[in-house]
Design a protein around this ligand. Structure first.
Ligand SMILES: Cc1cc2nc3c(=O)[nH]c(=O)nc-3n(C[C@H](O)[C@H](O)[C@H](O)COP(=O)(O)OP(=O)(O)OC[C@H]3O[C@@H](n4cnc5c(N)ncnc54)[C@H](O)[C@@H]3O)c2cc1C
Length: 386
């Protein structure tokens, strides 16, 4: 049977792609199963696309650690692969003295999380107006982080998969996993096409469905809840309205509410936050939130022309509610089944470090992995030239 693999990765979002790309450096036969017809169609296609500086996660959490490690590892990816990115400041804007206290708290938190003092700066209203002339006159100051990187998450995901496939990984789309059986220390994974894959290891990176995939294999270790965020995208005529990624204070207004330049010249406004939407409605854009997004934009940038909305976008954070942190661990019943779940922000920022951590979990049972001497780390851009 040629459907025998060492490792089966479930999920073709940025997390499955990162793991596939990194694990291809070793002599293992790897397959990725993706339910959709294309990769990067779920949460990976509905987010802010920022490799965050790392000042926001709660110190001590796994996501705080992996944000820092991931941000550093992006420098390797940038050297090795061509994908669109932009080094850009994050400006977190305070509208009151109370919010300024949070700005100072975030500065300290950033240092605790491992940022250098040179990456962070607190500025007053005058300096803020100089850097962001369109910002609300009600703003009283800001935290600026100079080490964030904007990426086009779906394009990055495709680049990672292209590199993984170049290095021998098999990628199967339209391959929704419908059953997982464990037989003689092998997993038999059946897809909606009726195909059965045999693998020694399963790496579950199925986004919002990771809890269901784990239960399908017999490991009811965790549950996931949703928190949908909707955006409006403004026409390129609005480019230049902000010079950096302009945030509301995250500890007060919900995570990551921004007005931001996009890599393709558009302007991104959002996201909102709606809890517990059905798993199959994580990419909806609703009339109600459409107006709320307008309010977000106007609060930060009063002159913003929200009538220039030309597209909408939506995605939902998959949240493990008990620990409110990444859930990256062996399944309770088997060290060869690895769950990579709870992938809310900053999972894009952490992606290379998440892949490294998963490989370390594989090594715990497989021992040191033999390197693939023919591994090609370089990848040219997959974007068309015109
Ligand atoms: C509004 C918003 C803003 C965000 N902003 C940022 C940010 O700026 N920076 C940051 O670091 N992070 C951010 N994030 C988080 C980031 O977008 C996610 O953590 C990341 O995209 C999750 O990727 P994933 O691969 O785990 O999930 P997904 O992209 O959802 O991929 C999972 C894949 O598994 C597949 N799948 C599911 N079930 C099956 C099955 N049975 N069989 C086969 N395949 C299956 C799905 O089709 C899907 O393609 C944001 C998230 C949201 C929602």
């Amino acid at each position: 049977m040629n459907n025998k693999y060492d490792i089966c990765i479930i999920g073709g979002g940025i997390i499955g792609a990162s793991i596939a790309r990194e694990i291809a450096q070793y002599n293992k036969k790897v397959v990725v199963l993706e339910a959709n017809a294309r990769v990067a169609m779920e949460t990976t296609a509905g987010n802010s696309g920022l490799v965050h500086g790392g000042f926001d996660p709660t110190p001590g959490k796994l996501n705080a650690k992996l944000n820092q490690l991931g941000k550093l590892r992006y420098e390797d990816w940038i050297k090795e692969m061509e994908f669109p990115f932009l080094r850009i400041d994050s400006t977190i804007v305070a509208f009151s003295e109370e919010e300024m206290k949070h700005i100072h708290m975030l500065y300290e938190r950033g240092l605790t999380n491992g940022l250098q003092a040179s990456e962070l700066e607190i500025i007053d209203a005058k300096e803020l107006q100089k850097r962001e002339p369109n910002i609300s006159k009600e703003a009283v100051g800001a935290l600026v982080c100079n080490s964030s990187i904007a990426v086009d998450t779906p394009e990055l995901t495709k680049t990672l998969f292209t590199n993984a496939v170049r290095n021998g990984v098999d990628l199967k789309v339209n391959a929704k996993v419908v059953s997982i059986k464990h037989n003689n220390s092998k997993y038999l994974i059946t897809t909606s096409k009726g195909e059965t894959i045999e693998a020694e290891y399963v790496i579950n990176a199925a986004g919002h469905y990771a809890d269901m995939i784990s239960k399908m294999a017999g490991y009811a270790d965790f549950n996931l809840v949703t928190k949908r965020g909707e955006y409006r995208i403004l026409e390129k005529t609005e480019a230049g309205i902000v010079n950096s990624v302009v945030f509301m204070v995250p500890t007060i207004h919900g995570k990551g509410v921004i007005v931001a330049p996009m890599l393709d010249g558009h302007v991104l406004v959002g996201p909102t936050a709606v809890d517990n939407v059905p798993k199959d409605e994580t990419r909806l854009v609703t009339a109600e939130q459409f107006n709320n997004i307008g309010n977000i934009g106007k609060k930060l940038i009063p002159s913003i022309n929200m009538d220039k909305t030309c597209m909408t976008l939506s995605g939902s954070r998959p949240i493990e509610p008990i620990n409110d942190d990444f859930w990256i661990k062996h399944a309770s019943g088997d060290k060869k089944f690895i769950n990579v779940a709870g992938m809310k922000s900053p999972a894009i920022a952490s992606a290379p470090a998440i892949a490294d951590m998963v490989i370390d979990l594989v090594k715990e049972t497989a021992g040191e992995l033999e390197k693939n001497k023919n591994w090609i780390p370089k990848e040219k851009s997959i974007l068309p030239l015109f």
